[in-house]
Design a protein around this ligand. Structure first.
Ligand SMILES: *Cc1c(COP(=O)(O)O)cnc(C)c1O
Length: 492
């Protein structure tokens, strides 16, 4: 399988291998890597996957895309990434919420959010790519995080061969739990540092380092090169296809769907990565009727799917589902490319960069609407959904998942079974979840966690319960202008 760019400068004639695409992250023309075609899976394939473990299902799908990875290497990566040890209770269990509504729980990994699904295996794919391409330098992963990605990347890249990782988070931008999760990170090859300011300051600092030739030269002298763990990397997207296929296998096995029966997936969306993986699963042959793109109050994608105009020039609202507080959904570029062509895709992206908006052709909008529906839930609807879902069905969900459930409830689903991607543990956002259930007098995040557990009789996930006793290893706070100096000093 070869990889081309969404913007037309890397084509069939000069396509890259999967190892090269994963090592580079972004194509040189500014586009994103995509496989030349999608390998097909048949109903017989799906049935053959039913008895498999999740790791085996992952290998079955990944081996169709990462064709230049040796079989042993890929099998080992899948086995280790999706072990019971990393995902107690399994990487992607399907839980019935009520008649015709299921929750695909993607948060049983080490950081209690769905980012673990990709970030547990992607570091292994990167270090494999370094071996396959005979790269002798070390990769330095730089991450600017608003919370979830940083911790998931730290857990994934911890003690991985030939890789170091440095995470910057905004000093006034992450929750107390998220900060503690990062500051207590173990591992020999990890670094964490707070940057004065908000997420944009940290993000701009990282982007500046990435595009600074002097920085690259300084790093090269130390035997390293920069790499990114961002969701625009194909290595983060491809593992996400697996759980959609796996969910269908599980529903089939339990008799909840008939062979070939089409289902609907509803995905709480930010950067459009998770839902794009569902779309790819559909293109491969998974029986999917419709994809519901669920947004919070930052509903740029809902408007886009309804009108064909993507307009990021709007007010940004911080919400209780912060991982979806995004106005530029980078992976949407991949969908535009798939449904139109590289010329149109490059033009839309240019308009977005220059004007902050673009409008797709009527023809393209029809193709998008054929598969996607967009719905959103505001803060009040989100809180009400958390309460209703718990009070009526006994199912406790986090605010991101609640946005998904609210969107599913608002959508016309014509009797099709709906599976909502559940993207975070309710305990990761315990304060808002507890308050949504009517709880008050919350002293601290830990207080909310304990009260939520007492109120609902559910248990606190181990990674969160253990956090309180962990030793803080990282407490540096720097100015954004010192990020490069700081990074280089940590390499000595
Ligand atoms: C990252 C994230 C999302 C959004 O996923 P995208 O792939 O960016 O669309 C939703 N929920 C949670 C909890 C997340 O961490």
């Amino acid at each position: 399988m070869k990889y081309v760019s969404t913007r037309g400068k890397i084509t069939k004639d000069n396509a890259f291998s999967s190892a090269e695409a994963i090592k580079l992250g972004l194509a040189a023309d500014g586009g994103l890597f995509m496989p030349e075609q999608f390998p097909a899976i048949t109903m017989a394939d799906i049935k053959s996957m039913i008895p498999m473990s999740y790791a085996e299902r992952a290998y079955f799908i990944l081996s169709k895309y990462l064709t230049d990875y040796p079989e042993d290497m890929l099998k080992k990566a899948c086995r280790e990434a999706y072990s019971e040890d990393r995902f107690p209770g399994g990487p992607a269990p399907v839980v019935k919420v009520k008649e015709d509504l299921y929750s695909l729980e993607l948060w049983h990994g080490p950081t209690c959010a769905f980012k673990d699904e990709a970030l547990q295996i992607m570091p292994k794919l990167l270090s494999g790519a370094l071996k396959i391409t005979n790269e002798d330098k070390e990769a330095l992963i730089l991450v600017a995080t608003s919370g979830d990605t940083g911790k998931a990347a730290l857990e994934g890249y911890m003690d991985v061969d030939q890789v170091k990782i440095m995470v910057f988070y905004p000093s006034d931008g992450v929750s107390a739990i998220q900060k503690l999760q990062m500051a207590t990170q173990s591992g020999k090859n990890v670094g964490v540092c707070a940057v004065k300011g908000n997420f944009d300051d940290a993000q701009s600092g990282v982007k500046k380092i990435f595009s600074d030739p002097d920085a690259a030269a300084a790093l090269s002298k130390k035997g390293c090169f920069f790499s990114s763990a961002n969701s625009i990397n194909w290595g983060r997207l491809v593992p996400q296809i697996v759980y959609y296929v796996s969910a269908y296998c599980d529903l089939l096995q339990k008799g909840d769907v008939r062979e070939g029966e089409q289902i609907v997936f509803c995905v709480p969306t930010g950067n459009f990565g998770n839902i794009l993986a569902a779309y790819i699963a559909k293109q491969m042959g998974l029986p999917i009727k419709k994809l519901i793109c669920a947004s919070n109050r930052n509903n740029v994608l809902t408007d886009f799917i309804k009108t064909g105009t993507y307009d990021r020039m709007r007010t940004f609202y911080p919400t209780m589902s912060p991982s979806m507080d995004i106005l530029i959904s980078s992976n949407l570029e991949r969908l535009l490319y798939l449904l139109s062509d590289t010329t149109a895709c490059a033009r839309y992206m240019k308009d977005l960069a220059e004007k902050g908006s673009y409008t797709v052709s009527d023809e393209l909008l029809l193709k998008i609407k054929d598969v996607f529906a967009g719905e959103f839930a505001d803060e009040a609807e989100c809180a009400k959904t958390i309460a209703d879902t718990y009070n009526k069905y006994g199912y406790l969900c986090d605010p991101h998942t609640a946005v998904g459930i609210a969107a599913a409830n608002k959508s016309e689903t014509d009797g099709y079974k709906v599976v909502v991607a559940s993207t975070a543990s309710p305990y990761k956002f315990a304060r808002d979840v507890y308050a949504s259930l009517g709880g008050n007098e919350i002293d601290s995040d830990f207080d909310a966690i304990e009260k939520l557990s007492r109120l609902t009789g559910t248990s606190i996930p181990a990674p969160i319960a253990l956090l309180k006793a962990k030793e803080v290893r990282f407490s540096d706070v720097i100015d954004p202008s010192d990020m490069l100096k700081y990074t280089l000093s940590k390499l000595d």
